[in-house]
Design a protein around this ligand. Structure first.
Ligand SMILES: [Fe+2]
Length: 440
């Protein structure tokens, strides 16, 4: 029996295959584009390594697009055939892969959590649990799946800096910004090429409405996140939010065209980033030209994915903003999926995804009463979509704008008052306060 670089037993054909797997895990944790090739290299060395086969399924699922789910199911089934030679921990990874690929995301998360009880150094299970809780909108577990393992980790444990990065993001999403900042800075000191940690600190500055510090941080650490795969676009997106906060609209459009928009990319997070920044520009009163058209063209290809409600609601924005009527097919697909599937995402789609998608379509159609009537009752449940506070803030902005545009001034006053309490100096919030007749 071999051990990985953290001393965990691993079933493998050779020491070289174990080393290749360790390298694969590092590239996964550093969100590097080499992760895919590193998986292939590992499987070339040991086609029957149980963990590498589970990883294949995980990678397909991480891509969160419809057609890849079939390949994920196939990969999980293949991994299952290797289970007999596997350790209990490895068999649990195969279980988790199978759960996730078959729509049982919560069972997958529970399995990763169970692995971590016995194996707190299983950084793969940890990163996947962190990811799972994120898209469940479960901030406390996003944080504590990390913090309850820290007893086992020391600065000398390989990958410690990645774990601190996850810890930082967990504290940020539970509004403990001082602790988040401390963990995030330590993470980056420990491992400079650490996009998740750099991103976590960017979130802190966004939530504190401190665009100066945020832009400085992102610029200062550029060499630590521009090496990332498409996730680097998400860091550009954070920088763009900060320029938006400063009213630097020309810069946002420039960054959109030069750094965010990737004509070749069809990855879900890129489509989400693009939609979220274009709609924010419009909420700031800026025109975005014909950029929606190219974006919607990509989203159209994902009409029937229903991988995550969080993604679908962003596609609803882009398709309706393009003005070609393609959003109807998406809403119908979401409805049919929610009615015919019993999986975890179908339940979220039914309860939150569909209402939010309909509200986004209504917003683009100028049906502001409908937006308010749909979003107001569910606004405290939007976290169930998953994603971050910064990402979901878009829906709150749409709601506030719609209260004003539908003349519901008393509701606007309430919502703006809430937002002012959190963001007293935010320019957009202050502009809305003025529009609602509040003394900001
Ligand atoms: Fe983010």
């Amino acid at each position: 029996m071999y051990q990985d670089c953290r001393g965990l037993d691993i079933t493998a054909a050779s020491e070289d295959a174990v080393k290749a797997f360790d390298k694969l895990i590092i590239s996964y944790l550093s969100i590097n584009a080499s992760a895919g090739p590193n998986l292939k290299a590992t499987l070339d060395l040991d086609p029957e390594m149980p963990l590498a086969n589970a990883m294949k399924c995980y990678f397909f699922m991480l891509m969160a697009t419809g057609p890849l789910q079939d390949r994920a199911q196939k990969a999980a089934a293949e991994a299952r055939t290797l289970g007999e030679s596997a350790t209990p921990r490895e068999r649990m990874h195969i279980d988790a892969a199978e759960h996730w690929a078959n729509g049982r995301k919560r069972a997958a998360i529970a399995t990763w959590e169970a692995i971590l009880v016995e194996n707190p150094l299983d950084v793969l299970a940890l990163r996947l649990a962190h990811h799972g809780h994120f898209y469940e909108g479960d901030g406390q577990n996003l944080r504590d799946t990390v913090t309850r393992r820290l007893f086992a980790w020391t600065p000398d444990t390989p990958g410690y800096g990645y774990v601190k990065g996850m810890q930082a993001f967990g504290h940020e999403e539970t509004h403990d910004y001082d602790t988040a900042l401390k963990a995030g800075v330590e993470a980056v000191e420990c491992i400079p090429e650490n996009p998740w940690a750099i991103h976590a600190v960017a979130h802190v500055h966004e939530m504190r409405d401190d665009p100066e510090s945020g832009i400085d941080w992102i610029k200062k650490n550029e060499s630590g996140w521009t090496t990332a795969n498409n996730f680097r676009y998400h860091v550009w997106w954070h920088r763009m939010l900060m320029h938006l906060d400063r009213g630097e609209y020309e810069e946002v459009l420039r960054l959109y065209d030069e750094d965010l928009w990737d004509p070749e990319s069809d990855e879900y997070l890129d489509l989400v980033n693009d939609a979220a920044v274009l709609l924010r520009l419009e909420l700031h009163g800026q025109g975005v030209g014909d950029r929606w058209l190219a974006l919607a063209e990509k989203c159209k290809g994902h009409t029937h994915d229903q991988s995550l409600a969080f993604i679908d609601v962003h596609h609803a924005i882009s398709l309706s903003a393009a003005g070609k009527g393609d959003e109807k097919e998406l809403l119908d697909a979401m409805k049919a999926y929610a009615e015919s599937h019993g999986d975890d995402n179908a339940r979220v789609t039914d309860a939150i995804g569909l209402p939010v998608a309909r509200a986004m379509v209504a917003y683009k159609a100028g049906a502001f009463d409908a937006v308010v009537e749909t979003l107001l009752p569910i606004r405290y449940h939007l976290f169930k979509l998953g994603g971050s506070h910064a990402q979901r803030d878009l829906f709150n902005m749409v709601l506030i704008d719609s209260t004003l545009k539908s003349g519901r001034i008393n509701v606007a006053k309430m919502l703006v008052s809430e937002r002012l309490s959190r963001l007293p100096n935010n320019a957009w919030t202050r502009a809305k306060a003025e529009a609602a007749g509040l003394a900001a």
